[in-house]
Write a protein that binds this ligand. Structure first.
Ligand code: ZN
Length: 208
């Protein structure tokens, strides 16, 4: 049975909350997947669970994260939506918010942070607004505040996602680059983007 913990600021939380994980197990999953127990991924767990509660059962949903940082990992840990399977798209608005939506109709729910409710949670507020340097943060207090506040500081709003633009582009054809001999999407033109200087490396590795 879920145990209820009550905090001095009047809030309480139930012990089981994160898909198949308890809070402690989820923090361990975050440590394993994200390389350290990032506060954003832990708070993101509350956000994902809140969004999942709002999705009607039986609806096959996709996800969108409005930030590159932290939230994509919470979504990947707690839903079937991953970057690799095309069901999670990151649209970097820089908001700490995410949405789950019906992959056919786009109807869904967006969960963000209610900044009006952050007042009692000084450590969360200073972390979100970067009011302290990382080494000045009280990491344990921050995690405890997230644990207590997690489900109480969220906004939940209906959204309708732009389903078409959130889909992975379909490959129209595949060509072999005449310069680097790698396969690439034909619509990129006569050579691959890497050979045109658009690759992520300082030196493009041409040839075998
Ligand atoms: Zn090439």
């Amino acid at each position: 049975m879920a145990k209820v913990i009550r905090y001095s600021h009047g809030l309480e939380h139930e012990t089981a909350a994160f898909g198949p994980f308890t809070f402690e197990e989820y923090v361990e999953e975050v440590r394993r997947f994200h390389a350290y127990p990032g506060p954003g991924v832990i708070l993101g767990g509350f956000m994902v669970e809140k969004a999942k509660e709002q999705v009607p059962s039986g609806v096959l949903y996709n996800a969108v994260s409005e930030t590159f940082t932290c939230l994509p990992d919470a979504i990947q840990l707690l839903t079937p939506c991953t970057i690799g399977n095309g069901r999670l798209k990151i649209v970097h608005l820089g908001h700490f918010a995410l949405a789950l939506y019906d992959k056919e109709t786009g109807e869904g729910v967006r969960v963000g942070i209610d900044h009006e409710k952050l007042e009692p949670f000084r450590e969360i507020r200073s972390w979100l607004f970067k009011l302290k340097r990382k080494e000045e943060q009280d990491q344990d207090l921050l995690i405890e505040e997230i644990r207590a506040a997690g489900r109480h500081i969220l906004t939940v709003r209906s959204v309708c996602a732009r389903v078409q633009s959130l889909r992975l582009p379909k490959k129209k054809g595949v060509s072999l680059c005449p310069i680097c001999r790698e396969a690439y999407p034909s619509e990129y033109g006569p050579t691959c983007a890497g050979c045109r200087g658009q690759g992520p490396y300082l030196r493009w590795p041409v040839g075998p």
